[in-house]
Write a protein that binds this ligand. Structure first.
Ligand code: CMC
Length: 432
């Protein structure tokens, strides 16, 4: 819900003053509504990294970066990670409320009965090189869903929107698991609809046709929690990409494919892979000071991966749960002396006491510990970001759905501060 304040913001340019309304949401900083700025004053705002720009109104996820708070539809992430499970969280994000038992049963049934891929899609994988990064494969396959499920691409039809939503949540684990199987040269394992969402994903990744596979409930719980912690994070880069793509009316599969592409970067979802590679490169505790020094050196592009966040300036609440989960999972698996976990803990301890990190408010983020859990489960580093994409799909679709249901939807079209050549006449090639 948005309310207009009695206060207003005034902007004076030379001798003219312009007045803009102040809008309040239900939590978080107020915003100055500058939609009429250009038409009234003939100027744009300039905010390249969007550090002070709200791009939409949304009622899905709330982050208080100073308090280190994250809530889905008002429910704190810590409570959801402890008491809920991923498909219930999906329902909550998509429809706004926790489901009643019958609603959850119906939703779970709808998701689990759409887990199989169109058989032709299985052939589509075979066009990729076996050594392709699974994110490249997932990017391609997600966008390609528009070709295989053309009957749910009409964004103006609420029924088709709902079918596309369910298909994406249901089929993303199959795509990600198949991308993994393809990369290691093993046959695809079909989904098993009697399993819960997380167990089914593990089965598709680790079962082989020649043997029975029993899903370890510890691992299933751990991966389900990773899904929950990554499910949504308001207007981050990939979500904003999905919104930008869908503002043009593009179909849902193309839009989610755009989100996957954006997530891949190491400053965003690619950080989990980069972080584990970094921890392995550090290798032993005695080498930590050298890497801390490099992270502080302005002339060295190296950054501590899994550290820092645009919004969290206290701590990332997801990292707290993830750290606890890493301890639990590795303990239950009897590998608590895992050298990567030991390096991670020591690196965190040293960084949190370092003046540079304190002053810049740099804390471990969600990606700092997630890779350690995923590695303990048995995933190679190249699978970390695809798993993030799988989990974030529900967030992207919830935001996509919210946006399309908004009567004020307009194509997103930022403006620019032009710094190029001013008008000049074309010069024939022989005279240049
Ligand atoms: N290591 C060392 N210095 C850092 C780090 C880091 N990880 N992160 C930020 N800084 C410094 C940076 O050099 C800058 O210093 P100065 O003011 O002297 O120029 C200052 O802190 C602010 O950094 P920024 O790049 O302006 O901050 P940002 O809000 O634009 O970037 C970030 C946020 C997450 C991209 C950045 O902290 C980073 O690159 N972290 C490492 C990658 C990472 O872990 N990403 C995962 C983010 S959480 C999951 C997700 O969203 O997908």
């Amino acid at each position: 819900m948005t309310t207009q304040d009695t206060r207003s913001a005034k902007l004076t340019i030379e001798d003219k003053t312009y007045e803009f309304p102040i809008l309040s949401g239900t939590a978080g900083p107020d915003v100055i509504d500058i939609r009429r700025l250009y038409s009234d004053a003939g100027v744009f705002t300039f905010d390249p990294g969007y550090t002070s720009t709200g791009s939409c109104a949304s009622s899905i996820t709330y982050i208080d970066g100073d308090k280190g708070e994250l809530m889905y539809r008002g429910y704190p992430i810590e409570q959801l990670a402890e008491k809920s499970h991923f498909l219930e969280v999906c329902y909550l994000l998509l429809y706004g409320e926790l489901p009643k038992a019958a609603e959850l049963e119906d939703f779970e049934h709808r998701v689990t009965s759409h887990t199989m891929l169109h058989d032709q899609m299985n052939w589509f994988f075979r066009g990729f090189r076996r050594d392709a990064h699974p994110m490249a494969v997932v990017c391609g396959l997600t966008g390609a869903m528009a070709a295989f499920y053309h009957d749910s691409t009409d964004i103006n039809d609420p029924w088709q929107r709902e079918v596309a939503t369910i298909r994406l949540i249901a089929k993303m684990p199959t795509i990600v698991a198949h991308a993994y199987k393809y990369s290691i040269g093993q046959p695809f394992i079909y989904p098993r609809n009697e399993l819960d969402y997380a167990s089914n994903f593990l089965s598709m990744c680790f079962a082989v046709p020649t043997e029975d596979y029993r899903v370890d409930p510890i691992l299933s719980r751990a991966i389900d929690r990773i899904f929950t912690l990554h499910a949504d994070h308001e207007q981050n880069a990939s979500t904003s990409t999905v919104r930008l793509a869908s503002s043009s009316g593009a179909n849902p599969f193309a839009c989610i494919g755009a989100g996957v592409a954006c997530l891949w970067g190491p400053a965003h979802g690619g950080a989990n892979e980069a972080c584990l590679l970094m921890l392995r490169e550090i290798g032993t505790k005695d080498r930590i000071p050298e890497f801390i020094q490099r992270a502080k050196d302005k002339d060295d592009p190296f950054r501590l991966m899994g550290f820092g966040h645009r919004v969290y300036k206290n701590f990332d609440p997801r990292a707290k749960v993830m750290k606890q989960s890493a301890d639990e999972v590795l303990g239950l698996l009897g590998i608590e002396d895992n050298p990567t976990l030991q390096v991670a803990k020591e690196l965190e301890r040293i960084a949190l006491e370092d003046e540079y990190f304190i002053e810049k408010k740099l804390y471990p983020n969600v990606d700092f510990y997630s890779g350690i859990i995923l590695e303990a489960i048995g995933f190679p580093t190249s699978m970390f970001t695809p798993i993030f994409a799988l989990a974030r799909t529900v967030g992207w679709i919830s935001q996509w759905k919210e946006m399309l249901e908004d009567p004020n939807l307009r194509i997103a079209r930022p403006r620019q501060l032009y710094t190029g050549a001013t008008r000049r006449d074309y010069v024939d090639i022989e005279n240049r």
